[in-house]
Design a protein. Structure first.
Length: 80
């Protein structure tokens, strides 16, 4: 499990950095005054959703990975 955790954390950090870069680009771009509020709200919602998905996936993979493969290994193979 430690190996999985050590390989997945850098990927999660890169994904979070990418999401933050897109968020910063959307917030820094000059928008017409009527759209500024909506773009900021949409960018914030998209960032929050992205963070929840990335962290949830990382948490699920690290908590249930070993249990899943133990069940797969314990199941009988195909009979032929």
């Amino acid at each position: 499990m430690e190996r999985l955790f050590l390989t997945e954390v850098p990927r999660a950090i890169l994904r979070l950095a990418g999401a933050l870069a897109v968020y910063a680009a959307l917030r820094a771009a000059p928008w017409p005054s009527g759209l500024t509020h909506w773009v900021a709200m949409g960018a914030s919602a998209a960032l929050a959703t992205t963070i929840l998905i990335i962290c949830g996936t990382l948490l699920y993979d690290t908590l249930f990975y070993e249990r899943h493969w133990r069940q797969v290994d314990a199941s009988p193979g195909p009979r032929g």
